[in-house]
Design a protein. Sequence first.
Length: 183
Amino acid sequence: MKRNSGFSLVELMVAMVIGLIIILGAGQLFLTVFQTSRQVETLSEKQAAVNFAVETLLRDIRRADPSDMDWNGERLRMEVVNRGDTASCDFGDPIRKSYRLSEDEEEGGQGFSLMLAVTCNLAEEPSGFEELVAGLSGFWVDDDKEDKGVWIIYLDLIPTDRNSVNDDQLIFHAVNRTAAVTQ
């Protein structure tokens, strides 16, 4: 009786199908990890930009002269003491800052930018706006509690998920220190 050695054709085909399933699973796992990594990176960049914008706005609102803060529906203007914010102005002198949303949307669907302009001359309105942070679809201020030194800031962020039609909204309360203590 003759013995066959090796694998039969059916055994080889079953092994190849199992190997193919393993390779497809590994490829799918790689793609999932890659997409997740890209989303985490996008969210991290968005978080860093929002943190910077919020910290800058909070710092300026907290130390601004409460009698010279103004929201006109498009821009937030305030007077602060220069603490190294602007190298072109003398340290300790009052400076005027103005925040507003850019007039044109950024290229590539990146939304609008929060713009900042600074001037040393308090008799002038700040001009020469520069981008502070991009990725916004809206910026406005609720100044109904201005008499108590409370400013409610609304930042509408472009959606991270391109399929979403709703903007992410960040709402925070900024309290002017001088107005909070004296009111």
